[in-house]
Design a protein around this ligand. Structure first.
Ligand SMILES: Cc1cc2nc3c(=O)[nH]c(=O)nc-3n(C[C@H](O)[C@H](O)[C@H](O)COP(=O)(O)O)c2cc1C
Length: 365
């Protein structure tokens, strides 16, 4: 499939055949999912953001055992958490009644449960040793010497951007392509500074970035089928990154509550919440998002300290059969999700792209 434009050809750069990237999804994507997508001709991705270097190395090796094709390893480049005992106390006090329903109490001293890639020398070193074909950054960019090292090692680099300023910063830093993440997207906003978020939709953001930057652009947010991918290509993107579309695939590691919510009427309502992790993320509306969106709610603990408390609440609730406190990340297109094996989903996406292109050819203007 040829999607080449004037600039560098993204598919050639990444060594893939189809303009379909399965989004990295920490806690949801698996080596099996990434390998299935890469074997089907797209780019599979591992979400390593919540892992330490040893677990991430094991995930990369497990993926390599399942595919000889390129895949993407994604890390979180957020500012390391600033603990604030007073905020954490108030946040725990707010959640205490929810814990109490399940006979539990919030963790007394919630921890920064994973290290930002910016400060994780072991993860940086591990990626230099393992050399996945592609590495992608979410929430920001690593130091210039880290980018330099990866480029010298021949690793292709992608960065999530949510605004023109972030796109220009990522281009100046030397990445190979930009993932333009619109406001429709499921999961965490990639905004470098969540307090200064332009909240642009995928349509506007993709056009702005395509026009302003010389790098290939990958559109993300609300794309669920072949028609959406063709629309992204028409906007000048060279590929689409789909997250929510892959969440219900057989190869993901989601629990039954999340799967049920995604495949039910509940998927019609998504919202942004900081309550679950401490950083804005789009989730299916559930008990936890309602608790966080209550106007009386205090400030959440910093990301990912709040996630320690959030995961403890989800575990306590789940032990009692209540799944409504889980991180049920999903984008605005969630009602279009399909529960299929990933290879079948990629094949369907491709068939839909062809049908969409045929339909467009019939239009006379
Ligand atoms: C369950 C889930 C987890 C996600 N985790 C990550 C992640 O670890 N790293 C990342 O860069 N993006 C992550 N994202 C965001 C995706 O990269 C992408 O921007 C988004 O899925 C696109 O919107 P869509 O979900 O509407 O397709 C996640 C998205 C979802 C739905």
């Amino acid at each position: 499939m040829n999607t080449s434009t004037d600039g560098p050809n993204l598919l050639a750069l990444l060594g893939i055949d189809k303009p379909i990237i399965q989004a990295p999804m920490a806690g949801t994507s698996t080596p099996e999912l990434a390998a299935a997508v890469s074997n089907a001709g797209g780019l599979g991705s591992l979400g390593l953001g919540a892992m330490n270097a040893d677990a991430a190395r094991a995930a990369i090796r497990a993926t390599r055992a399942l595919t000889g094709k390129p895949f993407n390893a994604n890390v979180f480049c957020h500012r390391p958490a600033r603990a604030d005992a007073e905020i954490e106390r108030a946040w725990s006090a707010w959640l205490a009644p929810a814990f109490a329903q399940f006979g539990a109490t919030p963790p007394a001293a919630p921890r920064e449960i994973y290290t930002s890639f910016l400060a994780d020398r072991a993860m940086q070193q591990m990626l230099m040793e393992e050399r996945p074909a592609v590495v992608s950054f979410h929430f920001g960019l690593p130091a210039p010497e880290v980018i330099e090292g990866f480029k010298r090692a021949g690793i292709r680099l992608l960065a999530s951007v949510t605004s023109l300023d972030e796109a220009n910063a990522a281009q100046a830093a030397g990445v190979d392509a930009l993932v333009a993440q619109g406001i429709e997207a499921g999961g965490h906003r990639g905004a470098f500074d969540p307090e200064a978020d332009d909240r642009l939709g995928n349509f506007a953001l993709t056009r702005l970035v395509v026009r302003a930057c010389a790098l290939p652009v990958i559109a993300a947010g609300g794309i669920m089928d072949g028609a959406g991918i063709v629309a992204a290509l028409a906007l000048g993107a060279q590929a689409a990154q789909l997250g929510t579309a892959f969440v219900a695939c057989a190869e993901t590691s989601i629990d039954d509550g999340y799967r049920r919510a995604l495949l039910s009427e509940a998927a019609r309502r998504t919202t942004f919440t900081k309550a679950i992790s401490g950083r804005p993320a789009r989730s299916i509306v559930n008990r936890f998002t309602e608790l966080g969106n209550d106007p009386r709610a205090p400030e959440t603990s910093a990301y990912p300290i709040a996630y320690d408390t959030g995961k403890a609440l989800h575990a306590a609730a789940k032990a009692h059969g209540e799944f409504g406190y889980g991180a049920q990340w999903a984008g605005q297109g969630a009602p279009l999700a399909r529960a299929l094996p990933a290879a079948e989903l990629v094949a369907q996406l491709e068939a839909e792209m062809r049908a969409s292109l045929d339909a467009l050819r019939a239009i006379r203007i």
